[in-house]
Design a protein around this ligand. Structure first.
Ligand code: CDP
Length: 790
């Protein structure tokens, strides 16, 4: 096995390997309207499922009457929780080891919870039939505030769980309390912040859905599903439904965006599968936009308190964090089993903290479950936001420039591998280089003057910095598993006799461009043009086992597997080339795409010659063919980082603010396709901007979801999205075969703090130290009035 790290050899534009900004291969079919998404699939005899959802956030179910609905022509069956209970399917396990109702039997616990499924010959009949179902509810007190949920005497939400006497769903800690207390005792100054990272929703363009097709004769179950992790879903389905795993085939067709929303198992998938099993016909379920927003995997909703202990000269001594997460009615977060609050304990960020202690508590509330990694690696967005807001405030309290305070405390390049006080081992980085690049680009030295000039026009200008570090690419499997399944990933590569290739992976892209970038990895390693390499993902019968695509894990895991298997095939190719050239293997030099006899440049064979020979003229004792599979268990996470700097202006009269500049300097190690990386960053910046300024889901005191449609839940369009300027530094990952780190979500993780810090910076002279996201004009105006009032 060859897993040595090394800079990939340069390839020609024709080969199009690593470093070439080739156009995305998959876009041809997407921009021609030829993508095949879930709803494009129509199977013979297919029925349609619609779900009746609870209008109340917390209520006991007194009675369910489906008789009128069942009598509607075209209705095939009404499925209730009681019917599912008869098959042991009324409840299902969640990815966090909790249980979740598939269809409610005892009570409903959030507005929008699934209560009855109607299967009909058309989706319209199924939806009409929902109107005819009569459910009698007995309303119960609603809890929407997680801190109130944890108070003594709060109404018990999870009375279904034996031994559950309160609304606590987990309590967890990381770091060392005693050393952190000591560090605080030695501090000249302690700066604190209380902030809320609001509930948000990934809102992918395509909502969730599935078609379950269980053949009653063969017992074969084919499930088409909008899943970011089809292999893991197949295993969990086998475990939950008791179906033999070899009979289950999960196919994730083209997916119109996932952002973490398509990782969990949703009740609709289970009801459709159960209905297909019982009826013997394919059953399709596709969510509406509102169903997606009110019931599937939300993100964030962290109430965070943090304290930073410092010396007067700015040296950071310790960090204390106390956090309450709102997990909704079922603890269904998509995160590694071992870590109850995801990787939130990476909240020491880019700084060299001698000590840190993080306490996290989770509360059940009457809201939808989820806690998915929305364009972040398992809760890292919240962590990055918290530390970057806190450091900015510390700078004001100490009277030190925020950039200088960061530089003073960054983990230095010579400290890597760096052991963080909460248990991470950062691989590499040069944080100050990225920061200085961002500061230079934004003209930091001239900001004071810019502020002064703006002041004359009634504008308050502020500059905000965010220097974040992420931890992405789970495994290693020794530390990371989802519901017991270890986190690694895989690649299977076959070079055909004509020298073209097919690469199959355990990951599943939802728009990230894997069909292009993975082909580029193989192109670099084997010299076969990327255009000649087909990449396949998403069909469990036809790809090797893997944990899927989320949390920027694909490049660090399946991308690495692709490089390793390609190297293994290159080694085999060397044997065949030696045979063809009648030379010793050691006498062959490798140039991208061909083996050349040392000292005899006219004696060479191309990789295409070798591929043909692998099936027609291979040396004795060599296995025919040019094909292999590699399962890659990374030795560590990868640690991309960056520094973002935003300049904003606030209109004093209205509180309206707008972005003047946003510079994003990212370091994700070696970039496979720089254009795709930039696309990922632009998307992430747009989402980060939205979260800082307008995108959030809230609830009224009766538990009604405000944000159930795109009029209330404001996702960014090109109209409000500002211009971004990108920059890069390159610190190759020391343990990744091609030196790459993940990048898919860096900008969503890193950017919100930059914008909010910029707004706070503009208001800092008035003493304002925090405005919770989203920083709307109303909130800014209110903060300005508060500051004026004293
Ligand atoms: O897991 P996911 O694909 O969402 O995230 P990722 O591994 O960070 O990759 C996102 C996209 O950027 C993929 O197409 C990667 O191959 C590409 N990428 C790259 O070209 N260079 C990197 N250093 C990292 C990612």
């Amino acid at each position: 096995m060859t897993t040595t790290t090394g800079a990939p050899s340069a390839t020609t534009a024709e080969i199009g390997g690593i470093g070439h900004s080739i156009k995305r291969k998959e876009d041809d079919r997407f921009i021609h309207g030829q993508g095949r998404y879930l709803d494009d699939h129509v199977l013979p005899g297919m029925l349609h499922l619609a779900l009746l959802r609870s209008p109340l956030p917390h209520a006991r179910i007194v009675k369910i009457d489906t008789s009128e609905a069942e009598a509607l022509p075209g209705v095939v069956a009404c499925v209730t929780g009681e019917a599912l209970a008869a098959h042991g399917l009324a409840w299902m396990p969640t990815l966090s080891g909790d249980t979740q109702a598939v269809l409610a039997t005892d009570k409903v616990r959030f507005q929008g919870q699934e209560v009855v499924g109607v299967v009909a010959e058309s989706p319209y009949v199924a939806w009409d039939a929902l109107e005819l179902i009569d459910v009698e509810y007995d309303a119960l007190p609603t809890i929407i505030d997680p801190k109130a949920a944890l108070e003594d005497g709060a109404a018990l939400i999870r009375d279904d769980k034996e031994g559950q006497t309160d609304n606590s769903c987990y309590q967890w800690e990381a770091g060392d309390k005693a050393t952190t207390d000591q560090a605080f005792a030695a501090a000249d100054k302690v700066v604190s912040i209380d902030t809320h990272y609001p509930r948000s929703h990934p809102a992918p363009l395509e909502t969730c859905g599935c078609i379950a097709d269980l053949d009653p004769v063969t017992g074969q179950a084919t499930i088409y599903m909008t899943s970011q992790a089809p292999h893991a879903i197949r295993t969990l389905f086998a475990m939950v439904a008791g179906l033999p795993e070899e009979n289950i085939r999960v196919i994730s067709p083209d997916i119109g965006g996932g952002f973490g929303n398509k990782v969990p198992i949703y009740p609709g998938y289970v009801v459709a599968t159960a209905a297909s099993l019982l009826i013997g016909k394919p059953v399709k379920w596709v969510e509406t936009r509102t169903e997606n927003l009110i019931s599937t995997g939300f993100a964030r909703d962290y109430h965070m308190h943090a304290e930073l202990a410092l010396k007067n000269d700015g040296q950071m001594l310790g960090l204390k964090v106390d956090m309450v997460s709102d997990n909704g009615a079922f603890y269904a977060d998509a995160q590694p089993s071992k870590f109850k609050a995801g990787l939130f304990h990476v909240c020491t960020g880019s700084y060299n903290f001698p000590a840190a202690h993080v306490v996290t508590k989770g509360a059940y509330t009457n809201k939808a479950p989820g806690g998915v990694a929305y364009r972040c690696s398992f809760r890292i967005t919240e962590a990055a936001y918290l530390i970057e807001r806190l450091v900015q405030n510390a700078a004001y309290e100490l009277g030190i420039d925020p950039a200088e305070l960061r530089t003073k405390n960054f983990i230095r390049p010579d400290q890597f591998p760096y052991h963080s006080p909460t248990g991470f081992v950062y691989d590499s980085g040069d944080y100050d280089a990225a920061l200085q690049k961002a500061l230079d680009a934004i003209g930091y030295a001239g900001i004071a003057k810019e502020k002064e000039e703006a002041r004359k026009e009634g504008k308050l200008v502020g500059v905000g910095i965010s220097s974040f570090t992420e931890a992405v690419g789970a495994g290693p499997s020794k530390d990371y598993d989802i519901a017991g399944i270890k986190m690694f990933d895989s690649a299977e590569l076959r070079v055909h006799p004509t020298g073209k290739a097919i690469l199959k992976l355990g990951s599943r892209h939802q728009g990230q461009g894997h069909e292009t970038t993975y082909a580029q990895i193989v192109a670099s390693e084997l010299g076969i043009p990327a255009a000649d390499i087909t990449v396949r993902e998403g069909d469990t019968d036809n790809t090797p086992y893997g944990l899927g695509t989320y949390g920027s894990r694909s490049t660090p895991t399946s991308g690495a597997a692709a490089a390793v298997i390609a190297r293994q095939l290159r080694e085999k190719s060397r044997k065949i080339a030696a045979h063809l050239l009648e030379a010793s293997e050691d006498d062959l030099d490798w140039e991208p795409g061909k083996f050349v006899v040392k000292g005899a440049p006219d004696r060479s064979v191309t990789i295409q010659d070798v591929a043909l020979a692998a099936y027609t003229n291979y040396p004795d004792g060599t296995e025919p063919g040019l094909e292999g599979v590699h399962y890659y268990d990374p030795p560590n996470l990868t640690y991309p980082f960056g520094s973002y700097a935003a300049v904003i202006e606030i209109d004093e009269e209205t509180g309206q603010w707008k972005t003047r500049r946003m510079v994003a300097v990212d370091d994700c190690g070696v970039r496979i396709n720089p254009m795709i990386v930039e696309g990922q960053l632009h998307g992430g910046l747009a989402e980060g901007f939205a979260m800082s300024s307008m995108q959030f889901i809230t609830f009224d005191e009766d538990g009604n979801c405000i944000g159930s449609n795109f009029t209330d839940y404001l996702i960014p369009t090109s109209w409000e999205t500002p211009r971004f300027e990108l920059g890069e530094t390159v610190t190759p990952c020391p343990h990744h075969p091609i030196g790459a780190k993940g990048v898919g979500e860096s900008a969503t993780v890193g950017s919100p703090a930059a914008w909010v810090n910029a707004v706070i910076d503009a208001l800092a002279p008035t003493g304002v130290r925090n405005i919770d996201m989203p920083v709307t004009p109303a909130r800014v105006w209110e903060a300005m009035q508060g500051a004026k009032a004293g």
